[in-house]
Each structure stands twice: as C-alpha cells, then as structure tokens.
Write a protein that binds this ligand. Structure first.
Ligand code: ADP
Ligand code: MG
Length: 466
C-alpha cells in the first residue's frame, strides 16, 4: 500500500472493505477483496491495487457495480474505479494464486481422470449435427473442414481448426456436430476423456473455481487428457491473461501429443483484441476458415429443412418471403419461422403470406442487432454537427464530450455490446470510462429537459432509421 496515503484515505478504504464484506460471501471476500489495496483516491478516480493481473478482469466483470456503488455511497460523489497490478512483495501469496505450469509429458499413460467436482461437461445440443446442417456457398469450406476433422481427428493438417464468423451463422452448430460425430463413431471409446466441448466463458469460470479450490493441477490435467478439445467463442478470453496462459499450456500439450483442437471466434485470429500474440500465432498453425452470411438460396433451404424437421409444410412463397426479408443471420431466420409457427397454431389458422408479413413486421422492428455502434456514432455526430472522428478522439471540447457520453449511453441501450466492446469502439476507452459516460447521461443529462429530449429523439431515430 502507498505510504503517502492520507489517514482519511486509509479510513475510507477500511470502510469500503467493510461495506463490501457485508455484501458478499466470506469465500468471495477473502479471495477477491482481502488482497486488494488502495493506491490512490482523487476527485474522480479510485485506484485499487490488485496482486495479480487476472484480478482486474474478474473484479471488472463481477464486482465493478458493487465496488463503484460502495465507493460512491461513502464518498458522496461519482467515482470511477481502476485497477493497477502490484505484486505482493512479501511472497505472501493470496489464496487464489497457485502456480501450476508443470508441463505434463505427452504420452503419459492414461489413467481414469476425474475432473474436479465443480466441473460439469457442457451439454451439446442434440439438434446440432452434420445431418441438420445445410451446406451452401457461404459455409461450404468450414463444413468440409469440420467434417474432415470429425472423421480423422488429430491426423489432418487442420490442427487447430479455427472457424470464425459473425453471430448466428453456425459456428457452435459445427463445433458440436464434431462432438456428436465423435460420440457416434466411438472413435475414442477407450479414452477416459474422449472430447471436451466448452465455451471460453465456462473455461474461464472453471479455471477461477479451480484456483479458489486449489485444484488447478487437476483442472489442467483433465483438459490435457482429452483427445478432442472444442472451445467455442475464444474472443471472450480477451484480457483474461491468466486464463490465456493456462490455455496456452493446454493447447501446447495437446498439439504436441497430436490431439485435435477446434476453436471458434467472432473474427479472424489476427484481429482478436486482448489476446496474447503467442496464442494468436498458434491459432494460425492449422486451418483458419470463415462462415459468411448465407445467400438467398441457402436461407430458403435452411427454412425448408427446419420446417421439415418440425413436420410442418411450408409453402415456397412463404419460405422465400421470409428468406428475402431476414438476411442478417440464421438465428434470426429460425426465430422468425418459430414465431410464425407459434402464431399459426395459436390462431388455428394456416400460414399465409399475409400472416408472414404481419409476424415478420414485428420481428423486423424488434431486431436490435441491426443497430451497430458505428451507426450510433455516426448518427450522434451528425445530430451534434461534429466530425465523426471527434467522437472517438480524446477531445475534451464540451460539445464533443456531451455527444460522446450520449453516444456511449445509446450504444449500451440499443446494442447488445458489452461495456468492454463499446469502450474499444470509442478509441480504446476502458470499462470504467464507459460506465462513467453512462452515469453522466443518467444522472445529469436526463435531468436536463433539453438534453433529455435530444437523447430521446436520437434513440427514436436510431431505432427507426438504423
Ligand atoms: P454461432 O455459434 O455462429 O453464433 P449457431 O451455431 O448458434 O451460430 O447457429 C445459430 C442457429 O442457426 C442454430 O440454431 C443453428 O442450428 C442454425 N444454423 C446455423 N447454420 C446453419 C446451417 N448451415 N444449417 C442449418 N442450421 C444452421
Ligand atoms: Mg455460438
């Protein structure tokens, strides 16, 4: 802790910790808060020291609102919280920092490995098989590669196989189809741990649990013992340095042992943000392939297949009508069909073109995914007559700052983007700066009638024109 810290700051910190202690369970408090220190406190920022880098992302994601509201309640003003890493010099390592990078030699004899007790294999969706996957120009290559890997895991040149695309285009479907294929073919029946399908978020959560429970070695050994590792949505490893490090070792051990790794992500590896270069580099060792949005014919084929599977007859005119209007992604496409089927069965009426137009009209209006961060930036800049670039710049000019706060607020309200993603699109601002903007709008601007009206106006405009 900083020696220059005033008595008041120290007192504030003690009360701050006490307040948090009253609000979280003992385990969490001891793990995540006890090791923290106050580094500095200014008018607007509380700088908290953390003993390890991964504390920052964990606190950021799970406790930032609690920490911010506690600090604000004690200080009576708005503050944003930032973290700084200060390694513990006494060697008095906090409970959650057991190091465990001992390389497990490849080819270790297989023993029946029990995962740590909190670990549950993620369930794969029975619908996501190769049979139910419609192949078109947009996904042909990804499909062929996934199939090749499923048939001879670890022996093709596609190791790792990396599939990337925007949302709802079939990454998870293909990844799980590989798992199904592997189960059906009984390829690894003699293995203790034939495959692991896991989302990167679950991998991270489990890893943190393993730290809390002192079972990290079991955790990583369990992962290293599989023949087929399927990790979904790797982009969520961003800034989780410790998790990435652990994954890096698992990746190496499996790759060296000729085990198959398949990964999905929302953009090409080279464009991933907040991931270590050495990981990104490894993602490019095998085959990197994308899935594009489906063309019209594929969309029609997908709709027909879904209807067939549900035992429903879908007239050509209707499937073409839906396919023409829902172009963004396959999840939306399926969603529209499901809504249409529900509507028709509730009303006891056959599906007609009029009905489709009616139901689809609703769905088009409620498609928030078409509002993007960029489009909000553009709209807001235009509204305030400032150059678009200024919004993401560091300019502190009053009107620019106001427009920026409002644009950030609208992004939070109108898109599904996380605070982190929003920050990245606004010139790499961090999580707490984004929260600060949102609060400024909520606590100041919305109380000012003229500004509130402008925010409302912009929101309506964004919803109806973007
Ligand atoms: P992603 O993981 O890329 O976000 P998903 O794999 O979850 O997308 O796919 C979204 C939905 O669309 C799922 O219900 C999936 O079954 C379906 N889907 C995606 N691609 C296809 C396809 N080529 N054929 C049939 N269904 C598909
Ligand atoms: Mg997915």
């Amino acid at each position: 802790m900083d020696q220059h810290l005033s008595v008041e700051h120290q007192m504030f910190w003690d009360r701050f910790l006490k307040r948090i202690e009253d609000r979280v369970n003992v385990q969490s408090y001891n793990t995540w808060f006890k090791p923290l220190g106050i580094e500095s406190l200014s008018e607007s920022t509380l700088l908290v020291s953390v003993p390890r880098p991964y504390f920052s992302s964990w606190l950021d994601e799970h406790y930032l609102p609690l920490m911010t509201s506690s600090a604000e309640a004690l200080l009576g003003r708005t503050v944003s919280i930032s973290f700084v890493v200060k390694e513990d010099e006494d060697g008095d390592a906090p409970a959650a920092s057991i190091e465990s990078h001992d390389e497990q030699p490849s080819g270790t004899p297989r023993v029946h490995l029990e995962p740590p007790s909190f670990f549950k294999q993620q369930v794969v969706n029975p619908r996501f098989t190769f049979d139910s996957f419609v192949v078109g120009n947009s996904n042909q290559f990804a499909h062929a590669a996934a199939k090749a890997v499923a048939e001879s895991p670890g022996t093709t040149a596609f190791n790792p196989l990396v599939i990337y695309s925007g949302v709802g285009l079939g990454k998870t479907h293909l990844l799980q189809a590989i798992a199904h294929h592997c189960l059906k073919s009984g390829q690894f029946d003699t293995d203790a741990n034939p495959f692991i399908y896991v989302s990167s978020e679950k991998f991270t959560m489990d890893f943190i649990m393993s730290l809390q429970n002192n079972v990290t070695p079991q955790y990583t050994t369990f992962y290293r013992s599989t023949s087929l590792l399927l990790v979904d949505d790797i982009q969520f490893f961003n800034n989780k340095e410790r998790t990435q490090e652990e994954f890096f070792h698992i990746f190496n051990a499996l790759h060296q042992a000729g085990k198959q790794i398949v990964l999905t992500m929302d953009r090409p590896p080279s464009q991933l943000k907040g991931l270590a270069d050495r990981l990104i580099n490894r993602f490019q060792w095998g085959l990197v392939t994308d899935i594009q949005p489906p063309d019209f014919e594929t969309r029609v084929a997908i709709l027909k297949k879904k209807a067939d599977n549900d035992g429903v007859y879908l007239d050509n005119a209707i499937s073409e009508f839906i396919a023409k209007h829902i172009t963004s992604n396959i999840r939306e496409l399926e969603g529209s069909l499901i809504r249409l089927l529900a509507y028709s069965s509730l009303r006891g009426q056959d599906i007609s073109l009029d009905m489709a137009a009616h139901v689809l009209g609703d769905s088009l209006q409620s498609q928030p995914s078409i509002i993007t961060i960029e489009s909000i930036q553009k709209l807001t800049a235009g509204h305030f007559s400032i150059p678009e670039n200024d919004i993401i710049s560091n300019s502190r000019r009053k009107e620019v700052a106001v427009a920026r706060h409002i644009a950030i607020y609208l992004c939070k309200q109108l898109t599904n983007s996380s605070l982190k993603t929003i920050g990245l699109h606004f010139g790499g601002r961090d999580h707490s700066t984004v929260i600060h903007s949102i609060r400024t709008v909520e606590t100041k601007y919305l109380k000012d009638p003229s500004l509130a009206a402008q925010v409302r106006q912009l929101k309506e405009k964004a919803k109806h024109t973007l």
